[in-house]
Design a protein around this ligand. Structure first.
Ligand SMILES: Cc1cc2nc3c(=O)[nH]c(=O)nc-3n(C[C@H](O)[C@H](O)[C@H](O)COP(=O)(O)OP(=O)(O)OC[C@H]3O[C@@H](n4cnc5c(N)ncnc54)[C@H](O)[C@@H]3O)c2cc1C
Length: 463
């Protein structure tokens, strides 16, 4: 057995965040006919932020979740809650250079509002603003960090470049050659506890939540909508669809969003001597900056969550529980972990899981309406929706209200991303792109002709 397979041998095949004491009991499923102003489909962060904000406005809200609250990406992610609404400043600059100043301000306000909500409702989600460090593990990445630092500063964020010794003084890995420490603009959270707390807050504001209620169809009904599930029906004035990478109830979403699987490991709690061996007393959120990157952070009980690298798309875009487990990826991740932290050799992983990311070609949220404006959808956050979901939900509510706001006037909101081609070209293009990204990593970051073409037309693939 290799050190990697040994380390993951006893890992439980479920998300660490959902496997904690204190998980709330399931709410009953929908049973019968219920009327509402707004029906929200999906009980992840987007649906929950929608429900909370709409209930706070006095709307009668019903939220329907097919499984359990936080069952999807929202209960499986790394818990990096970033201010950026655009999957980073670089992506924002490439797509919306003229309005990025506004988007960054809105992102800052959004993060402030999340912090305030967490405090106001006493949501114990391990909120910690310990900053992030992006680490370079190859010399060519130092230039990228310098460019990122300049962009962060340009938009008013803290950015401190670290040399190899500087970054290793924070977190000691022999693979690091430099780092970019940003002390603001993000928080780390326990995402499941955030969801559970938002659900409670939404209910306290008057919303009703039904779990284990997959919605089979959504249709116009008079001036409103009808959401049908096995046990009942919700008749509402409006619907907000927050179903992320799952099969959508509105066909148009299929063109813009593909489910890309991302995988995560969590270690056993590190004893004091192991913690001493790596430093990391600042508990920053970390990620490396290759095209195929890892993200990692500590949990409240001193485990390390370690995820990323592989971003897996399957022909046909199936989303199913059997896809949550991928032994080859777990072994690769474990091997990379011990390469990064050889001091931790012998440490075991207790959890391994995967989740579907709603990847869209511009790597950030998109909005649309259906059923003559009676329904809106908010999808496509790609790998950075923990914070942006609140903003996404707010815009979705604006669109349903027909409100003309600074948000709805954004080009980012008005413009659609480029659609993905239909299958099997979709699958072939994504495989080609994944291979090209891996090759670029091997060749000092140099992007080949395929990636340069995608860059030119504004199509992309990321996790
Ligand atoms: C492994 C992984 C790591 C990630 N790491 C980060 C990170 O560190 N930081 C970050 O910002 N983002 C991260 N992300 C992305 C982030 O988790 C998502 O952007 C965010 O959680 C999206 O929330 P959501 O509510 O839109 O989707 P989801 O949480 O997926 O919620 C959708 C919900 O809709 C329900 N649903 C679907 N169809 C129906 C139906 N027909 N009827 C009823 N219910 C339905 C599903 O059961 C699900 O609960 C990560 C994602 C993954 C998978």
């Amino acid at each position: 057995m290799t050190r990697a397979s040994l380390a993951i041998a006893d890992a439980a095949p479920r998300p660490f965040w959902l496997d904690q004491p204190g998980a709330p009991p399931p709410r009953p499923p929908l049973d019968g006919v219920v009327e509402a102003d707004l029906v929200v489909v999906g009980g992840g962060l987007t649906g929950l932020w929608t429900a909370l904000q709409a209930a706070e406005e006095g709307k009668r809200v019903v939220l329907l979740e097919g499984e359990r609250i936080a069952y999807g990406a929202s209960g499986r992610n790394g818990g990096f809650c970033a201010a950026s609404l655009t999957h980073g400043i670089g992506n924002g600059l490439a797509r919306w250079p003229d309005e990025l100043g506004t988007l960054e301000r809105m992102g800052r306000e959004n993060l402030d509002a999340i912090r305030a909500t967490v405090a106001a409702h006493g949501i114990e989600c391990g909120w910690e603003e310990t900053g992030t460090i992006d680490v370079a593990t190859e010399p060519h990445q130092l230039e990228w960090l310098a460019q990122d630092a300049e962009q962060l500063r340009r938009f008013g964020w803290h950015a401190e470049l670290l040399d190899a010794a500087g970054v290793r003084a924070q977190v000691d890995s022999p693979t690091y050659v430099g780092g970019l420490w940003s002390r603001d603009g993000s928080a780390l959270v326990d995402p499941a506890r955030l969801c559970w707390g938002l659900a409670r807050a939404a209910e306290a504001a008057g919303a009703t939540i039904f779990e284990v209620t997959p919605v089979d169809s959504l249709a116009a009904d008079g001036a409103g909508v009808r959401a049908d599930a096995a046990g009942g029906r919700v008749l509402a004035r409006r619907a907000l669809l927050a179903t992320s990478a799952f099969p959508p109830l509105v066909r148009a979403v299929r063109r813009y969003v593909v489910p890309v699987y991302d995988y995560v490991l969590v270690t056993e709690p590190l004893p004091e001597d192991r913690r001493d061996a790596i430093g990391w007393r600042g508990r920053q959120g970390l990620s490396d900056v290759a095209n195929q990157f890892h993200y990692y952070r500590q949990t409240a009980d001193h485990r390390i969550l370690w995820g990323g690298y592989d971003a897996v798309y399957e022909l046909g875009g199936r989303v199913a529980p059997d896809r949550d487990q991928r032994p080859a990826t777990f072994a690769l991740l474990a091997e990379h972990f011990f390469t990064t932290f050889p001091q931790l050799e012998g440490l075991g992983f207790t959890h391994r899981w995967g989740g579907a990311i709603d990847t869209c070609s511009r790597f950030s949220a998109m909005w649309g309406t259906a059923l003559d404006g009676r329904a809106a959808y908010v999808v496509g956050f790609t790998g950075l929706g923990v914070g942006a979901s609140r903003f996404g939900a707010r815009v979705g509510l604006d669109l349903l209200d027909g409100a003309d706001t600074e948000r709805t006037r954004l080009e980012m909101v008005r413009r659609r991303p480029l659609p993905f081609p239909p299958e099997p070209a979709r699958w072939a293009a994504i495989q080609l792109t994944r291979r090209a990204l891996a090759r670029a990593d091997e060749r000092g970051g140099r992007r080949g002709p395929w990636l340069r073409l995608l860059d030119r037309v504004g199509l992309g693939f990321d996790s």
